[in-house]
Ligand binder design. Sequence first.
Ligand code: AHG
Ligand code: MN
Ligand code: MN
Length: 365
Amino acid sequence: MPLTANRSTLTQFLIEERRRFPCASGDFNALILDVALACKGIARAVAFGELGGVMGNHAAAQGGSVNVQGETQKKLDVLSNDVFIRRTEWAGNLAGMASEEMDLPYQIPGQFPRGKYLLVFDPLDGSSNIDVNVSVGSIFSVLRAPQEVEDSGRDVTEADFLQPGASQVAAGYALYGPTTMLVLTVGDGVNGFTLDPNLGEFMLTHPKMQIPADTQEFAINASNSRFWEAPVKRYVDECLAGKTGPRAKDFNMRWIASMVAEAHRILMRGGVFLYPRDTKDASRPGRLRLLYEANPIGMLMEQAGGRASTGHQPMLGVKPGSLHQRIGLVFGSRSEVERIERYHAEPVKTEQTNPLFAERSLFRV
Ligand code: AHG
Ligand code: MN
Ligand code: MN
């Protein structure tokens, strides 16, 4: 029987945090609690698996549906998106929402009051893993709506969401793994909560999470190696060369294909994650999405003492150009991310310049 009596609940944690802001209205806390309830609902739907009738592609009878990214939607992608909307739209805390699964911003329906926050989310991250029973999660980011939106209560537009990650008020993810966890930053460090299935409450189990500065573990989808840019090739080659290479230590590798699960591993024991910009598809500068994947994970990393970058600049400084913009993403232990940024900043050495000093590339084809 787990001992929970001596732990804070998420509600208690949020109330204690709010005491730092005596003028706060409570809207923000109410919003986070609604998001947490959405995550509990999704956790249950995921846990029933095949028994819940929610596996497989959405609208399979019509040959499947695709989202704005051109990706096939799973039933659980669509269900999770609906759960986020239904749990958060009614309370008067939101001016609007945006999600991976919705082409356009979501307008708060007329029967509900409108509020001052924007909620941006990836309702189910790693959804290609659902059918094989591997961890998935939800990622969310909270922004302040522009003052004029709050004052007028007008419909939100795409432009209202195009704020750099540094403007986020809060960010977090839920992880639906062997245990369900909620990991949250409200701009004052990162705290991890574990769902107590008996109480249905998130309990503070991982206060003040900090990423170890150094690491010997990296995560990248190596099947893309022929499309990588030179600085990424160099970094990975040096890791693979291990003790006998320039890093003079052996590295371990992981790839779950659920970024949220990789982010959690890195928060717990360090490491670095790369889904860099590559040359695979010129129309896609990276795989992951800036507003609801890179930015919230970036804020969590920075708040835990790590770093997030495009390879060329800090992620949280990027001014978004569109709602579903993709971007190269590198995050994790600070010293490794800084090394990768250094490699991007250095002039590329090529065999043409001096074949004697050409870098060995274990992935060269
Ligand atoms: P989503 O399921 O929300 O579309 O995101 C999946 C993402 C991310 O979680 C993961 O790191 C990456 O896609 C995996 O990509 P590959 O299949 O290219 O490895
Ligand atoms: Mn995702
Ligand atoms: Mn998703």
